[in-house]
Design a protein around this ligand. Structure first.
Ligand SMILES: [Zn+2]
Length: 222
């Protein structure tokens, strides 16, 4: 018995206007694209309905039926494509959309969960660095972004801890890189060996607005 399955799943997601990315980090008062770091005023991005087609599966015996299935597949594929066109927003998402299939989306979700676990470990073990502590990291105040009426990019930042203050406390970063929108990312790395001989690495990433010197974001990874 041949069975042909085309799964279309429907998602309602925010989509970055710059790169088509779907992953956003929610800051206090704005959203930041995880992919290209563009920032958006909260509520300025609309959720869009996205349809994704999963991998086609068929079950049963091989042979002549496989060919029939393939023919069936093309038939269903094209007819589905036709009916989809009216309601779908593939083109809406743009060529940069990171997920083409449900599988890709699931793989990305798995990766996000792993990253989250690493971040949790890093935060809990910051004291290993001998410079940072969990308490200090948590106490770093990130800015509030001020937006002008139209622009999505913040015009000014307020209430953030100064990056220069942080450097006085933990020392200079290993490296710095351009983070876009007038911001820099400072990277701090630490390595060591625990009591059982296991190696550990902890990285801290601090993003700050170059003009005001205020910290706009913080991250830790284990
Ligand atoms: Zn983006």
């Amino acid at each position: 018995m041949k069975q042909l399955l085309i799964k279309i799943k429907k998602y309602s997601e925010l989509v970055c206007e710059s790169c088509g990315g779907h992953d956003f980090r929610e800051q206090e008062d704005y959203l930041e694209c995880e992919n290209c770091h563009s920032i958006y005023k909260k509520n300025s991005l609309q959720k869009r309905t996205i349809y994704r087609q999963s991998v086609i599966r068929w079950s049963g015996l091989v042979g002549v039926f496989l060919l029939m299935s393939l023919l069936g597949f093309f038939f269903i594929f094209y007819s589905t494509k036709g009916t989809q066109a009216s309601k779908v927003s593939y083109s809406d998402v743009g060529p940069g959309k990171p997920y083409k299939t449900v599988k890709e989306k699931e793989a990305s979700d798995r990766l996000s969960a792993e990253i989250e676990a690493d971040a949790k470990w890093g935060l809990e073990h910051l004291d290993l660095t001998g410079v940072w502590t969990t308490y200090y990291f948590n106490s770093i105040q990130v800015t509030t972004a001020q937006f002008s009426d139209k622009a999505n990019s913040p015009t000014t930042y307020t209430n953030g801890m100064l990056f220069s203050e942080l450097v006085k406390k933990v020392g200079k970063p290993k490296s710095e890189e351009d983070y876009g929108n007038g911001r820099n990312q400072a990277d701090f790395f630490y390595h060591g060996t625990d009591k059982k001989g296991g190696k550990w690495t902890i990285a801290v990433f601090i993003v700050y607005d170059v003009k005001s010197g205020m910290i706009t974001g913080k991250d830790v990874m284990g």
